[in-house]
Design a protein around this ligand. Sequence first.
Ligand SMILES: Nc1ncnc2c1ncn2[C@@H]1O[C@H](COP(=O)(O)OP(=O)(O)OP(=O)(O)O)[C@@H](O)[C@H]1O
Length: 271
Amino acid sequence: MRITAEGLSWSVSGRPVVRRVGLDIAPGETVGLLGPNGSGKSSLLRCLAGLRVPDEGTVRYDGVPVRDLSARAIARRVAFVAQDSGLDTDLRVADVVGLGRTPFRDRWRGPDAHDRAVVAAALERVELTALAWRPWKSLSGGERQRAHIARAFAQQPYVLLLDEPTNHLDVKHQLELMELLSGADQTVLVALHDLGLAARHCDRLLLLYGGRLVASGAPADVLTPENLARFFEVDAELSADALGRPAVTYRGPLRGAAPRAPSRSAAPSAP
Ligand SMILES: Nc1ncnc2c1ncn2[C@@H]1O[C@H](COP(=O)(O)OP(=O)(O)OP(=O)(O)O)[C@@H](O)[C@H]1O
């Protein structure tokens, strides 16, 4: 499913947070959403997920404006994994993952055999089968994060929007998750702070700064030393690792080098 946005803006208390963002993500693409703290990644993802109503602009899924879709219709297309859901419940893990089946069920009907099979497959994908019947509250932070990702898979969406899903995960599970996302059939937009993971696993990167999309393209075109210095305030370079994949090497922070506001010339080229 294709995601497009045109002139998307969202502000809070009169302060612009997302500024005239346009994007076009092709079906099946895995796109990384990058930017320093507070650059507007979560807010943009929420606008795309239909969880925030933009002040201006339009989000479309396969050409259909999100504002024309009911919450249930959106949930049948798009799964959103928040940065920290803060879910506190007495449910068991499989029941939390089973919440992903809600958009497909009548209100009063419990899960059927198909729902249970989908939940079991989703738990398997994130290696949580053994914890399926544990109380939610007993899970570690990383296990909860993987369960939220399983809940998103259980939704069987066409589009996955994920906000820093590798937070709390150990290295193995970070790598497994990124392989899962890059190999998934779904269109994926994933906010990431780990530029190395983004470079290795994403087809394309979008870079937000001050709510504006300031760069877009292949990892090597976005993660240039200039962009890393200007927008992340780090001295770093992109090279190829032993297997020929993009790798980021940090030399250190650039202290006191306050970045300038992005100029119009930093606007991304069309995808
Ligand atoms: N509901 C809100 N009320 C007030 N300010 C908000 C709200 N939502 C976002 N903001 C502000 O908008 C800016 C962008 O926030 P957002 O969470 O979208 O950034 P982010 O790029 O995801 O940041 P991080 O990398 O730190 O998670 C921040 O300055 C944040 O404080």
